[in-house]
Design a protein around this ligand. Structure first.
Ligand code: SF4
Length: 198
């Protein structure tokens, strides 16, 4: 069985599902089976809510103050598990909660999920990936229509209710695309993190 919780660098991560509504060209899932101390992050069967909660309750978080929901899948594709697991991590383990997401959770769940997230999540990192629809479609190959604009709307909603919201891109984007991402960041007031691509 794949690891539900794993460590990478200085954080503990929760790999709650392999479901995803994108097929990004750069996705690490297509390059290797595991990250950090996880041999594989591919679940033979996606874990149940009870299994995820049990994994959190049994994990020794000594030395860590945050749990990051990020694995080989999009956490908001299992919103019920995400919210229940975040509640246990927050209330029983006294951890801060971060969500790393592709920002398509509203479309996936057919409603504005941000108020529900805001009750449990302390910070959100949203993959911006590109400065506009055309580039975004090419690189993320989303399974939902008008995905770029839906992702931007989600980020703007998050910004209204959650204290720490960031977009992220990698530094291999062409300079003009990085400039347009920065412009979008200043227009919306959502911070932009430019990660070094490894
Ligand atoms: S959204 Fe994340 S998990 Fe899904 S394909 Fe893209 S990089 Fe991979």
């Amino acid at each position: 069985m794949a690891d539900i919780l794993y460590t990478y660098k200085t954080s503990v991560y929760a790999n709650i599902t392999n479901k995803c509504n994108c097929r990004c060209t750069f996705c690490i899932r297509f390059l290797k089976d595991g990250i950090g101390d996880a041999d594989t992050l591919w679940h033979q069967v996606n874990p149940t809510k009870e299994e995820v909660i049990e994994a959190i309750r049994n994990y020794d978080f000594t030395g860590f103050d945050e749990l990051v929901f990020c694995g080989y899948g999009e956490p908001t594709c299992e919103l019920d598990i995400l919210l229940a697991a975040a509640k246990v991590a927050k209330e029983e383990k006294h951890l801060k909660i971060r969500l790393n997401t592709n920002g398509l959770g509203n479309e996936e769940n057919g409603r504005n999920i941000v108020p529900e997230l805001a009750d449990m999540i302390d910070s959100v990192s949203i993959s911006l990936n590109a400065p506009g629809s055309e580039e975004y479609e090419k690189v993320t190959r989303p399974q939902v229509p008008d995905a770029f604009n839906k992702m931007v709307d989600f980020a703007v909603e998050c910004k209204k209710r959650i204290k720490n919201v960031k977009w992220s891109i990698v530094d291999v984007l062409p300079e003009d695309e990085i400039t347009r991402c920065k412009e979008l960041s200043s227009k919306t007031g959502i911070d932009l993190r430019i990660r070094h691509y490894t």
